[in-house]
Write a protein that binds this ligand. Sequence first.
Ligand SMILES: [Zn+2]
Length: 90
Amino acid sequence: MFGLQPTHLIIILVVALLLFGPSKLPEIGKAMGKTIREFQTGIKEATQGFSDEVKTDAAKTPAPSACKSCGKPLAAADAKFCAECGAAQT
Ligand SMILES: [Zn+2]
């Protein structure tokens, strides 16, 4: 499965132990945890940015025409007069 097995993790741990010494291991673990957290935060931000873009696009969609005088929605987008107040829509 994906070439990574528990034995590999143990080998990596032993190599890290030999390279950095036991005193450095907590630091390495902390740094790895930080990297993973930052990675997850980045994904979250990217996802939020995407949904924000979608929302902005939705806001750009033209709203149904409203009367320039009273603000009531018009029966048609190209209506010449408002059905509510009779104001001319130019
Ligand atoms: Zn009106």
